[in-house]
Design a protein around this ligand. Structure first.
Ligand code: SF4
Ligand code: SF4
Length: 83
């Protein structure tokens, strides 16, 4: 399963990851003023949150094993000749 990590010391609570995630993996914890991971199992590894986070606080591991989305390697290889 994908491993998502929020590096607590880096997170500034801007909530950009909460807003951008298409599958609602994150929630905002007002008490801590930080984002928290609620549904890691729903992550489709689009990596939008990691690119967007202004603090570089998000990292993902094992994202090659999540559900096929546009990262289907066999399909991508078949399509290469058209690109
Ligand atoms: S985008 Fe980054 S800094 Fe902003 S709430 Fe999410 S993890 Fe924290
Ligand atoms: S990689 Fe995409 S789906 Fe996964 S937590 Fe980040 S924004 Fe959500």
């Amino acid at each position: 399963m994908i491993e998502i990590e929020i590096h607590d010391q880096s997170c500034r609570g801007c909530q950009l990851c909460v807003d951008i995630c298409p599958t609602k993996v994150f929630e905002y914890d007002a008490a801590q003023a930080k984002a928290v991971i609620r549904h890691a199992e729903d992550c489709i590894a689009c990596l939008s949150c990691a690119y967007l986070c202004p603090s570089g606080a998000l990292t993902h591991g094992n994202y090659h094993v999540v559900k096929n989305f546009y990262r289907d390697l066999d399909f991508s290889q078949k399509m290469e000749k058209f690109l």
